[in-house]
Each structure stands twice: as structure tokens, then as C-alpha cells.
Design a protein. Structure first.
Length: 537
């Protein structure tokens, strides 16, 4: 009897089902700081030529006014999404003047905490709600943390593919066979939750393979105690680190430490987040929602909204007017997953390359089709320990992780996982043609064989070559990439399309501001009661 993964792959590889593999969707959200040519954080407002940060679906801001976010449409082939991402970069550079994009996850030398600008979205109630939410983030986590950037990778499988599995699914010692009377929606949701369970087990591998933030600027710590080593006056690092962005140097929150979502089924996950967005947290209550009559946070709960929960992966659903994210998940189930742990690749001007994206597709398909046992709090602690060990010491020779309470070498475990993924890559190439998925797998095998081939090792080599200065390395690298993009502007027709999109978004913001009614306090109360329209904040 073959294992569950093999049986699922055999089913999907059949001629009548293979094409379904090409019908899933991919999208990228890329964050990047605006800086001047000296590497200083830009204090200029979001450039109007890029459109409205409130209403432009392609170019917005994240937590800080200086932190741009580029968003691709969802496409069947990630290569098409990355082409759109490149177009967005070229358009942005045509409008940024003397500013450039900081192409690294960790910021350079930052100004004083209170000089980091919080994102602004205009005077409308919706815009102010987004701004107040970010005031709350600054209050809870500090503005410095708002300057960390990453890549978010959105991934879904075709609903028809899920239906094939629902009708003829299998079982093993870990997963019971699914009764075909289970609804399409519920089956799909639980399979995405099973994918997330596997992601939490194996995502340490992504940190080893793609982590690219082994060093930080000294002033990022703001004098906080740490266990980093000193490389130079302006740079701290961990010699075997892979992704300090995803370590406990990143977002730290005593409040969020008490959130323990369970990923054994969708209702349990929804209950955990629903509790967090409705349960008051005493330290936030002591601050209140206003200071001197000005709003400083949306509420005093553990989370202001669901998206405040910091997780390496999220189940997602496009929301309707009047819905909160958990309401959409509860009503219509999981539609896709958002992978949030990927560092900016400083050696690619887009922050992510096609080969890495192809591997992500292999990895996520593998997680979806692999057997996924139910999890426990004990396993959750083990998963977290493996993840943290990898981001801090992933390249340490002989590093041992834990699997079901037993020690296993990172290299040996990684090789086992890549071997399990090989038939997935082969099937994806069979559907798409070519060998890109298998090639992406081979590139990752090379990194496991030689830690010096990982991005984090290369970053440290480049930092040392730049006088042991992380800020100097990133600035020189970012400036060179900026000049290359500026030298190849968009064709006139494409540029005109972006200009039209930007202008339409500015018009839309003005119309919102012109037609709004009522006062902001009432608006916030309505949002708390979940009676507002479709707002992504």
C-alpha cells in the first residue's frame, strides 16, 4: 500500500485531472522602505503620483508612511505575477524622484522613534480608521517595528481540484477518509487548515533556504538587551543566523503571547481570534482609546483587529461588505493561504525571484497533499522551537532539531523533505511543461549540501566586503538596483495605464471624503459592531 501523498498524486496526475494543477492562483505582496540616497528614511508623504494609498489596489503603504507595499493581482502562473511586480517597480521609480527602495527586510539606521512617520490615508473616516489602527500598532509594538519589510505569498488551489480529492480521498493512520457528504466548502477549509498544520511543522526549512537577514543595524535594538554579536559599530549579527526578522527581535508582545490558535479545525481557529479581538487587555485598557481627545487605538483588546495577530501563515477569505475576516471565514470557509515568513531577497530587485517562487509552489502543494496529523500544544512548542533555532542558528554545523520528541539533524531532515517533494515537482512540471519546478528543487538541495550557498551566508559575505557594515551593504546594493530599473523605464502605453490607475484612485479617495456622513466616533463604533463596508486595514 502506497502512502497518502503518493495516492493523492497518482489521482491528480491522471489525464482528466492534471490540468487542474494549473488553475490555482498566486499573488505577491512586497513591502519596501523609501529612503534617500544616503540611506536615511524618507520623511516625505506618500507620493501622489503613485495614487492614493487608501484606494490604489496595486500600490499602498503598510504600517509606516515610508513603507510602500506593492500588490500583484492573483494569476495562475506566478511568473505573470512577478512580471506585474516588476512593472510596478519600474512605474514607482519613475515617480520617486531622488528616493530609492531599501531592498532588505531589516531597516538601515533609523531616526528617533517618534520621527518615524505613521501611514496616513486622508481625512475620510475610513482613512482615519486605518491611521488610528497604526497608531495603536506604534503604541503596542513601537514604530521601529513598523519598518520591517517582507514578502507575503498568496496561494490557492483550484476549487475543482479540492472537489476531486473530496470525492475520492484516502486515509492513513493520521487522517481518516472523508465522507463525500461533507460539503465542498467544509472539506476545502479543513484541507487548507491541514496545509497550515504541515506548514508550522516544516516552515523552518524556508528560513534556512531563504532567510536573508542575519544582521541588523545597531540602532534597531534601541538599547534593548540582546544576544547578538558585534560586527562593527553600526552592525550586529548572529554568525549562523538566517532570519533575524523572524526571530524574537521582531514583533514582541506579551498580549499576543497568550494567543494560541488551534489549527485542528477552522472553528477552533476562528474562536481563538474572535476571543483575541473582543477580550480587553489590562495594559491597553490603562492607556485607553484616546489621549487629549485624540484616538490612539481602535480598542483596548488583545488585538484591535484580526490582522494584528502576527503569524507566519494565515487562512484567508476575500471579504464582503460589512464583514470582518473571521466572519468571512466562518460564513464561506478558507479560500487561500497567505505565507508571511519570507524575507526580502536583497539580491533580486523585486525582493523575490522566480526560482524561489517556483519552490514555494512545490512546497505548498506538498503541504496540501501530504498527510497532516492533528496537532497539540506540545507539538506547537516543538514547531516553534525548531523555527527559532533555524532563524538564529540555521547554518550551525550539526544543528539538531526535534521531530516528535526525537533529535534529528537539520540537514538530514531537510534532505528527507526535499526527497518527499520530488514527485510533486515532477507532477507540476508535467502539467506546466519544462523543468522549472525540478530545477528549483535542485537549487535548494545545493543549499542544504553547502550552507555557504544560502542567502544568509551570502549576505554576511557582502556585509564584510562593505566594511562590516550592514547599512552600507544594503544602501550600495539598493542604489545599484535602483539605477538599473530607472535605466529601463516602462513602455509608454504601460506607464499610461499606471498613471490612469493612480489618478482613478485619487479621484476615488476624494469622492469618499466628499460623500461621507456622520462623525468619526460613530464610525468607529460601527466598525466595532462590524457594520461597516469592506475595509482592509
Amino acid at each position: 500500500m502506497t502512502d497518502l501523498l503518493t495516492r493523492r498524486l497518482q489521482l491528480l496526475a491522471s489525464p482528466q485531472h492534471l490540468a487542474l494543477l494549473g488553475q490555482g492562483l498566486r499573488g505577491v505582496e512586497r513591502e519596501t522602505l523609501r529612503v534617500d540616497r544616503q540611506g536615511r528614511l524618507a520623511h516625505t508623504p506618500h507620493p501622489p503620483a503613485l495614487g492614493s494609498a487608501l484606494t490604489n489596489d496595486l500600490i499602498t503603504t503598510d504600517y509606516s508612511e515610508s513603507l510602500l507595499e506593492f500588490i500583484t493581482p492573483a494569476t495562475h502562473d506566478i511568473a505573470d505575477a512577478l512580471q506585474r511586480l516588476e512593472d510596478i517597480h519600474r512605474f514607482a521609480y519613475a515617480k520617486l524622484g531622488s528616493e530609492i527602495l531599501w531592498n532588505a527586510s531589516m531597516p538601515g539606521v533609523l531616526p528617533a522613534e517618534d520621527e518615524i512617520p505613521i501611514a496616513w490615508y486622508g481625512s475620510s473616516h475610513i482613512g482615519m480608521l486605518k491611521h488610528v489602527y497604526r497608531r495603536g500598532l506604534a503604541l503596542r509594538y513601537g514604530r521601529t517595528m513598523q519598518c520591517i519589510a517582507g514578502i507575503h505569498y498568496n496561494f490557492s488551489l483550484s476549487e475543482d481540484l479540492w472537489e476531486v480529492l473530496r470525492q475520492i480521498d484516502f486515509s492513513d493512520a493520521c487522517e481518516e477518509a472523508v465522507d463525500s457528504s461533507v460539503s465542498r466548502r467544509d472539506y476545502q477549509s479543513e484541507r487548507y487548515i491541514a496545509l497550515i498544520r504541515n506548514f508550522r511543522r516544516y516552515s523552518w526549512l524556508l528560513m534556512y533556504l531563504f532567510g536573508a537577514s542575519p544582521a541588523v543595524a545597531t540602532n534597531f535594538l534601541r538599547g534593548r538587551p540582546h544576544q547578538l554579536e558585534t560586527l562593527s559599530e553600526d552592525t550586529l549579527f548572529l554568525p549562523y543566523g538566517t532570519s533575524l526578522r523572524m526571530s524574537d527581535l521582531g514583533y514582541q508582545s506579551n498580549a499576543q503571547a497568550n494567543i494560541t490558535p488551534h489549527y485542528n479545525n477552522l472553528p477552533a481557529y476562528i474562536r481563538s481570534l474572535s476571543h483575541a479581538v473582543s477580550e480587553p487587555y489590562p495594559p491597553y485598557e490603562a492607556i485607553g482609546t484616546k489621549r487629549d481627545g485624540e484616538w490612539v487605538q481602535i480598542n483596548t483588546n488583545i488585538l484591535q483587529i484580526e490582522n494584528e495577530f502576527y503569524s507566519s501563515i494565515r487562512p484567508k477569505r476575500v471579504i464582503y461588505s460589512g464583514e470582518r475576516p473571521v466572519q468571512a471565514l466562518s460564513a464561506r470557509g478558507v479560500q487561500y493561504v497567505e505565507v508571511r515568513c519570507m524575507d526580502i531577497d536583497p539580491f533580486n530587485p523585486l525582493g523575490i525571484g522566480l526560482q524561489a517562487a517556483r519552490f514555494l509552489d512545490v512546497f505548498l502543494h506538498f503541504l496540501a497533499f501530504e498527510s497532516s496529523c492533528l496537532t497539540s500544544d506540545e507539538e506547537g512548542r516543538e514547531n516553534r522551537a525548531n523555527f527559532l533555532a533555524t532563524v538564529k542558528e540555521g547554518r550551525r554545523p550539526g544543528l539538531q532539531l526535534q521531530f516528535k520528541g526525537q533529535a534529528i539533524g537539520l540537514k538530514a531532515w531537510g534532505e528527507q523533505l526535499l526527497e518527499r517533494m520530488a514527485p510533486v515537482a515532477e507532477m507540476l512540471d508535467q502539467q506546466a511543461g519544462g523543468s522549472q519546478h525540478r530545477d528549483s528543487l535542485a537549487a535548494q538541495r545545493a543549499k542544504l549540501a553547502d550552507p555557504d550557498a544560502t542567502p544568509s551566508a551570502r549576505v554576511l559575505r557582502e556585509i564584510r566586503a562593505a566594511g562590516n557594515s550592514f547599512p552600507a551593504f544594503v544602501l550600495a546594493n539598493s542604489a545599484r538596483q535602483a539605477d538599473e530599473l530607472i535605466a529601463h523605464p516602462l513602455p509608454a502605453a504601460k506607464a499610461a495605464d499606471f498613471v490612469a490607475i493612480a489618478q482613478a484612485s485619487l479621484d476615488a479617495q476624494r469622492e469618499i471624503e466628499r460623500t461621507q456622513t456622520g462623525d468619526f466616533d460613530t464610525f468607529v463604533a460601527a466598525y466595532r459592531a462590524s457594520t461597516l463596508g469592506n475595509i482592509s486595514i
